[in-house]
Design a protein around this ligand. Sequence first.
Ligand code: PEP
Ligand code: MN
Length: 242
Amino acid sequence: VIAGPCSVESEAQFRETALAVKDGGAHMLRGGAFKPRTSPYAFQGLGLHGLQLMKRSAAEVGLPLVTEAMAPDQAASVASFADMLQIGARNMRNEPLLVAAARTGLPVLLKRGMTATVDELLAAAQRVLAAGNPRIVVCERGTRTPEPELRNSVDLVAMLEIKRRSGLPVVVDPSHGTGRTDLVEAVACAAVAAGADGVMVEVHPNPSVALSDGHQSMHLDSFGRFMASVRSVAEAVARWSP
Ligand code: PEP
Ligand code: MN
């Protein structure tokens, strides 16, 4: 289970989240410092300063950190603060970035583009592999949906196809995959029951004032119950690892 805020907003916000998700039993921390945002007027992230804050809290709680690099010339510096490098959905097709991320030597968390087919996603994974880095985790984060009440639609069949065709570990992101906090736990459990190797969820101390994605972020108080549900499903299908 990878958990953390959409964006790192301050040291207090990230540290409080890190302590809570560690306490709840998460395996890894997430948080964005360089944020791909649809609007140029939305919060764009704390950048380098955010990476420094996250690295401090991650070290304090003793969890590895995954964070996103958005440009090829950012990959090496972002990698120096992280344990895994995220390629966001908007950048799945950014070939120079895939190569630069691969060359950092860190494991790469490759998110599915919002309209990418499984073939296109696997071609992007091959780009990382061909650049000399086999440590790839693929993330199914939902694709565009005709349903106006949802941000995206999680595609568990694609998740199974990615696993079957690549043999790579696959995590499901039910936060971006639905865009709705009330759906995150059920979709995470469904993903684990179906065979996902992990889930990545957004968590925030106060989602109503989050600078990004509060509408899909779980409150820290809900994280313990979330973990208990995911864990009981994972145990039922013999997939739990502490
Ligand atoms: C994220 O995980 O921070 C993110 C921006 O998600 P996506 O690239 O899937 O939209
Ligand atoms: Mn987000």
